[in-house]
Ligand binder design. Structure first.
Ligand code: GRF
Length: 210
């Protein structure tokens, strides 16, 4: 099997990167991790890459005056590793048109909420503040607007009254580690088919007016 070359972008602990890399070691998995790119020197994701024997690149965003220039450096590194599919895993950067144009419909992200609820940096805290009883995570295709884009997979988890950000985050992350590698594999195996909307997805005029 010809495995698709995946480039992972991470800024932090890299537990999702680790989960994806572990799955990708299976001969049956349709992708392989070609490179990890980090923008933060102390990110533990880098250590994980070293332990796994995977190439990693540090590209600190603070070295670049403009977000587009940073993305140009990221694209150059991805291309140097013949990356075909980009996977954001805790990448704390907003994608610019430079990155999106280099990999159209080939950039995925995971977000710790059931989108479109609770976009942005503090999704888990927002879910607690709102008092929702169910939260979860979403794998989606990256678009210019943050935490938007076609949804590939979601998983729900309960929210308990005694939850803290840490406890809820942990419950959500267990699901992330399960659905992200799965969603990536399915997206590759589908030939990068964009998700179909239900045929009755258009909002009826009566609801639209409310
Ligand atoms: C995940 O919870 C993900 O939803 C969010 O950033 C976190 C990254 O965690 N985008 P890790 O670095 O993969 O452990």
């Amino acid at each position: 099997m010809n495995k698709v070359r995946i480039g992972v972008l991470a800024s932090g602990s890299g537990s999702n990167f680790g989960a994806i890399a572990a799955q990708a070691q299976s001969p049956h998995y349709p992708g392989e991790v070609a490179v990890l790119i980090c923008n933060q020197a102390p990110a533990y994701a880098r250590e994980r890459a070293r332990q796994l024997g995977l190439p990693e690149h540090l590209i600190p965003n603070r070295d670049y005056a403009h977000r587009e220039d940073h993305d140009r450096a990221v694209v150059a590194a991805l291309q140097a590793h013949q990356v075909e599919l980009v996977v954001m895993a805790g990448w704390m950067r907003v994608a610019t048109p430079v990155l999106l144009a280099a990999y159209p419909d080939r950039i995925l992200n995971i977000h710790p909420s059931l989108l479109p609820s609770f976009r942005g940096m503090h999704a888990v805290q927002q879910a607690l503040n709102y008092g929702v009883k169910i939260s979860g995570c979403t794998v989606h295709i990256v678009r210019l607007e943050v935490d938007s884009g076609p949804i590939l997979a979601q998983a729900a988890v309960p929210v308990y009254p005694e939850d803290t950000v840490a406890s809820l985050q942990q419950r959500i992350q267990s699901e992330e580690h399960r659905i992200y590698p799965e969603a990536i594999a399915q997206y590759i195996q589908s030939g990068y088919r964009l998700p179909q909307m239900p045929t009755n997805a258009a909002i009826p005029a009566t609801l639209d007016r409310q």
